[in-house]
Design a binder for this molecule. Sequence first.
Ligand code: HEC
Ligand code: HEC
Ligand code: HEC
Ligand code: HEC
Ligand code: HEC
Length: 496
Amino acid sequence: MFQKYINFIRGVSVNRAGRVGVILTTTIFITFINFEFAQTIGLVRNAYFGLITYLAFPMLFIVGLILIPIGWQKYKKQSGKSTSELLNQRFTDDYTQSKFIGSRLFRTIIYFTLINVVILGIAGLRMLHFMDSAEFCGTACHTVMNPEWVTYQRSPHARVKCVECHVGQGVDALIASKINGVRQMYLAALNIYNRPIPTPVHTLRPARETCEHCHWPEKFYGQRLVTRVKYTMDSLSTPTFTTLNIKIDAGGPGKENGAHWHVNPENKVVYTSVDDKRLEISLVKSIRSDGTVNEYHNERLATADGGDEEERIMDCVDCHNRATHIYKEAEDIVDELIRSTDIDRELPFVKREALAAISKSYNSNESANEEIANHIQNYYNRHFRHISIEKSEEINKVVEVLQDAYAAYRHHHMRIEWGTYSSHIGHKRDSGCFRCHNTNMKSEKGESIRHDCTMCHSILAMDSAEPYQFLKEAEKNAPDRKMHEYLNNEFFESTF
Ligand code: HEC
Ligand code: HEC
Ligand code: HEC
Ligand code: HEC
Ligand code: HEC
């Protein structure tokens, strides 16, 4: 068998082009098998390796295949002989006896062609599969996608493929995404892509289709207890607690409506916004299962004419826009680092100084590294000389974790700053839930959409010394006694 292969190869290696073709196809084939093996057993997980295996190799293989007939044509032209004469010359008799069709040579050619088609088919399928992997999406275009890749890897969805959220189902969506991919490669090559990459992503796969693959509204019941710890800016960096019992129920008979009421299949919420980022809502409408429709207009925008006035049905991404690419705020990062003891709270004013160091405007990630170190070290050297010597290790650790956090959330080459991508969960800086739930949203009758503080969450502590402050009995003479009692009752009376 091997000898026959060698004979055939010798036969077609008529000149330089033919020989290069044969060498190319054979070596590519052998290396492809080895690379594929290395990737299958998990030896390498790297996008460039994948790019070589599934893009460069098949292309070179095809070039090799094309070179063989080109070489033959040239050979024929130079010799001036007919094909059958040449065949007789190049191949032993057992190959060329009888007519060409039906001859052993013909069968061998068919045989090799079939093998090549199978090889290319497998390579093509593997290539499509590879292009669906998170490694490819996140690292092939390294500088452009790095921020999304970094935040993705730290998210609860780090095991969900990019395409599961970003590419719809079916062949249409697959083709559209590949065409879009080519466009993006072209923009990246010419260095003319948007920085930062704009959101909302209008081509995002419909959230109900994606998210409900793994989560679904019938499953959202009850409430969710969260405690946020913040540290004060004084010398002691004292912890304070905010505890919320967030109402996340999708609602229904006998239950209090919570955040997932909007995505309960029984209800529908549609809205229009005046800006492309869906931040300024001009109109919002709720349609309930019993047919009641409530409509609210934004008074403040009443005279302004609308921009992006297309109606949108509210879905998961209108609140969970940062389910995966979570860009934390500088203060939250510092608080978390103190909580996890990576930042030593015994260093005086450490919360204030760490926050100042990380939130300044630097020119590049490199200069940030240098200046964060300078800021922290100089501060303790100058104001607390003895501590800077005694606790030099702890101070170095502060510098190190701040540099890491800065690199994860600030990306100068993509112009991603603190707050570039804000989250819609909650209501920081009047966005999030308050885009609709605010006093400017009025119905025809002049009633505003509900926005009382305990509609979405019970408040069990707010910047308090204890995590469950308001669950305790209020002190008789405390100035906040009334509020304390109100919040206490509200929590115990809410229907789960
Ligand atoms: C669990 C779902 C999910 C996964 C998995 C996911 N994304 Fe996203 N992605 C989103 C959502 C949601 C948005 C924001 C959409 C919006 O606001 O319109 C987004 C936005 C983006 C953006 C726009 C910039 C931004 O941050 O808003 C890019 C680029 C992006 N994703 C790339 C990726 C890449 C690359 C991967 C894989 C490494 C990935 N995504 C994985 C859901 C996902
Ligand atoms: C392939 C399955 C899958 C898909 C698709 C998916 N998720 Fe998740 N999601 C998960 C898993 C698993 C977790 C829990 C991870 C954990 O507990 O660490 C999770 C966690 C979450 C959480 C809770 C995070 C937290 O703080 O506890 C939210 C919110 C969330 N997903 C929203 C979404 C949204 C919005 C989408 C669509 C854009 C989506 N998910 C798509 C599997 C998925
Ligand atoms: C009106 C805003 C809103 C919409 C729309 C919304 N969510 Fe949520 N979701 C929330 C809030 C608020 C929380 C609690 C956040 C927290 O814990 O910090 C939450 C929590 C979650 C959690 C964690 C639940 C748990 O038990 O810990 C998941 C998973 C989730 N949402 C998925 C989804 C999916 C999937 C959709 C779309 C079908 C969706 N959400 C639509 C506001 C929303
Ligand atoms: C795009 C607009 C919009 C956004 C953003 C929005 N909501 Fe709503 N929400 C509505 C509308 C409309 C209603 C129904 C009001 C009515 O019918 O009177 C509603 C009702 C609710 C209700 C139920 C009230 C009831 O009828 O019992 C809760 C709870 C709620 N929202 C919580 C949230 C939370 C939490 C967020 C942010 C995570 C949020 N909403 C963001 C539009 C919005
Ligand atoms: C439309 C729903 C809604 C209304 C109305 C609302 N909140 Fe919230 N609030 C939320 C959600 C959702 C979060 C986010 C929870 C999270 O971060 O996981 C939040 C977060 C908070 C936080 C924690 C912020 C932090 O630092 O993490 C505080 C404090 C708070 N709310 C207080 C209030 C007060 C006071 C009011 C009344 C003026 C109010 N909320 C009204 C939905 C609401």
